[in-house]
Design a protein around this ligand. Structure first.
Ligand code: ATP
Ligand code: MG
Length: 463
């Protein structure tokens, strides 16, 4: 059974039950009211009938007058003589026959004179009262006044029909209202259900339009938020997937090139007519390319470990200047060859970080600076900044135009692929820098002007 039908049936049954209960109670209440009113009435009427009958003369008009009294009062009147024997009863009514004799206890009760009119006798079908007659004009002694209860209940027949008609009309209305009401209640539920089904089946594009201030509205908002979140996550996943695909394509490409060169060199080496210099040249080329593939894998492994291993970084206190000096020593001859001056301002501040990994960061940045500077100066300076130190690598090289800056730290991103590859680069150096600094909770910044030079900097906490 659908939720709408369940709601409608619940309302209908509840309301029908309510209406029936109220109607039955009303009818019962009116019946009791009419009966108690009838009892009061018959007692009052018996009193004036007693006086009326006492004053009737026993002549030709006696029966007629008695009949008249019965007709105007609406009761069946029975008169008994001194011995309690039925004298007459008017009007004669088969269902309301008076007994032939009055019972002795009743006669004694009437003669004791405690009350002129007895209290009402209420049996299944009728109400009856008795009274003692003291007439000088006729021989009647006791009066019995009686009425059928059906007569008392007469007005209820009309009222009952009014109630029943009202009941049926309200039931009809109830059914109609219940159907409409259940429809209005179930509509948002059905909408929510269909929205949830859409989300479950992956259709998260359309948002649910339920402008309500109740729980349904809140639920709709939550569903919308969930759909939005799913959509955002989906987009993120798609981007990630795309990135991964790109990443694999790049790796393949990066490996294909050196392998191709190595294959070419090996082929040349197989020809016998080569001079020693030529042989040396091809061997060197093959060696260089092997070295490059090796470095590529090393970088990839490093990056992969930063992604998956939180404990890859072992922080400790160390002198940043010592690390810089070491790197400058290594690159001194290479710089000299390119007529590049390497400068540093000495700073003895100790910092917190992983010295080996920070060394790799600075090494990669210095390596780039030398690679992309034809002549001029490269400065590596450490400056104090409150609780941190800033490490800056500044060159007077070719610079980077602004459109590349955003993607510079992406894996395999190079501003000029061919040129970088010529220089033995794989485009992973800056990605490694970013990963290491990320793991340190630090960030890498870059600022560059094409033709003037570049400046990379990051910070580390002071020890
Ligand atoms: P690898 O570092 O793996 O040997 P790479 O140096 O080409 O290769 P990254 O270090 O990631 O790769 O640098 C990415 C690109 O950013 C470089 O190819 C170069 O185009 C640009 N770049 C990096 N540093 C500088 C710099 N100091 N001056 C000018 N361009 C730079
Ligand atoms: Mg590099």
């Amino acid at each position: 059974m659908s939720i709408r039908a369940k709601l409608a049936w619940t309302f209908i049954l509840l309301l029908i039950f309510g209406i029936t209960a109220i109607s039955s109670y009303s009818i019962l209440f009116i019946r009791n009211y009419l009966l108690s009113e009838g009892e009061l009435q018959i007692q009052n009427d018996t009193e004036w009938l007693t006086i009326t009958i006492e004053n009737l003369r026993l002549d030709d008009n006696f029966e007629t007058n008695l009949n008249e009294a019965a007709r105007t009062s609406g009761y069946r009147i029975a008169i008994y003589d001194n011995d309690g024997v039925l004298f007459t009863q008017v009007p004669y009514n088969e269902e309301l026959q008076a007994p032939e004799y009055l019972s002795q206890p009743l006669i004694e009760q009437l003669l004791s004179g405690d009350e002129r009119v007895t209290s009402v006798y209420d049996d299944e079908e009728r109400l009856t009262t008795y009274s003692l007659l003291q007439s000088e004009f006729n021989p009647s002694r006791y009066l019995e006044v009686s009425i059928l209860k059906d007569q008392i209940y007469e007005p209820i027949k009309t009222i009952r029909w009014i109630i029943y008609t009202g009941m049926f009309i309200s039931m009809g209305l109830v059914i109609l209202v219940s159907i409409l009401f259940s429809r209005s209640i179930s509509r948002p539920i059905l909408q929510l259900e269909s929205a949830a089904r859409n989300i479950a089946s992956g259709k998260i594009g359309q948002s649910l339009n339920l402008d309500r201030k109740d729980e349904f509205g809140t639920l709709a908002k939550s569903l919308n938020r969930m759909a939005e979140k799913l959509q955002a996550d989906n987009l993120e996943l798609m981007k990630l997937n795309q990135k991964q695909n790109q990443f694999f394509a790049d790796i393949t490409h990066e490996i294909k090139n050196p392998l191709h060169t190595i294959a070419g060199s090996l082929e040349m080496l197989q020809t016998t007519k080569l001079s020693i210099e030529q042989r040396d040249k091809y061997l060197k080329t093959a060696e260089r390319q092997t070295h490059r593939i090796n470095r590529l894998f090393k970088d990839l492994v490093t990056l992969q470990r930063y992604d998956s291993d939180d404990h890859f970084i072992q922080k400790q206190r160390f002198s940043i200047q010592k690390v810089i000096d070491l790197i400058l020593d290594i690159h001194e001859s290479e710089a000299k060859e390119k007529q590049i001056e390497l400068n540093t301002l000495h700073n003895s501040q100790e910092v917190i970080g992983d010295p080996d990994k920070i060394e790799q960061v600075i090494e990669n940045l210095v390596n780039n600076a030398i690679k992309f500077t034809n002549s001029g100066t490269i400065e590596i300076n450490v400056t104090d900044q409150n609780d941190e130190v800033q490490i800056e690598i500044k060159d007077s090289g070719i610079g980077i135009s602004s459109e590349h800056l955003e993607k510079l730290f992406d894996r395999f991103y190079r501003t000029d692929k061919a040129r970088s590859r010529d220089k033995g680069g794989t485009g992973l150096g800056l990605a490694v820098v970013k990963s290491i600094l990320d793991a340190h909770g630090s960030e890498i910044f870059v600022d560059s002007t094409p033709g003037e030079g570049s400046r990379f900097w990051f910070t580390l906490p002071k020890a």
